[in-house]
Design a protein around this ligand. Sequence first.
Ligand code: BT5
Length: 270
Amino acid sequence: MSASFHDVVRRVGEVPGVAAVLACEQVDSTNDALRRRADAGAIPAGTVLLADTQTAGRGRLGRHWHSPRGLGLYLSWLVRPRGDVAWFPRWTLLGAVAAGAACRDVAGAVVRLKWPNDVVARGRKLGGVLADLRTSAGGPELILGIGLNVEHREDDLPPELRSRATSLSILSGTIMDRADLAASVVQGLVTLGDRLERGDWDGLRERWTALAPGATSGRVRVLDRQGDRGAWTGTAAGLDERGALRVRRDRDGREVAVLDGESVVPLVER
Ligand code: BT5
């Protein structure tokens, strides 16, 4: 059954470890709205901001995130990580594991993660993670945003995304419950976050790798910010300590750590 925004907010509020829930029917971007709340006053780590729609939902590198009202999950979570800032890319992977595992557990979807932030099913994008980090006097502050397509039917997707995106309802053929999914995603964030803060990077790396089979041996094409001009190919070789993707470059056989800001496109070889 389709869940109201009220149900989504209530269920997330019941998840143990959630410090506070901020509910907004409409925002520009949940990441930006949570950042403004944090700027305006003390907000505890573990706060979740949920919106029913976003007018300026953001992807990485200034891209747009399509966020129709009532159909998707749009949330942001505030973290004040204790670890080294160099390990910050780990949190994007953590968000992707929480989102992907929730899609699998609640909706039975067969999902794959694509480094660094994509949740994919049947080769189409189901969701994504956007991590915004800043360092303030109080230490690093991270806002982890998660977007998932849940109740969309095919014609709820804009034409330009129709061949590249999907939703849990399209995948399952039934209407999915956003409230169950939201609670599962947030439970995953809290649990994985606790473990990571206690030093269990290996556990997170294993979970991420289990959902991302292509990341340990798949053929990839790496694009930097210049797009095709700086493109090169290689073979993925798993994650390094920071959460960067290691890729063995065809050109010279050297292993290179690919960091966020570059994109990695899987290559299917004939
Ligand atoms: C992402 O960026 O995948 C990160 C998306 C994060 C969205 C959440 S929603 C809650 C929180 N608040 C925010 O403002 N953002 C976060 P990226 O890898 O750059 O992918 C963006 C690309 O995905 C776009 O350029 C489109 O091609 C495609 N896209 C846009 N909306 C989509 C959607 N709803 N479903 C699937 N693909 C989409």
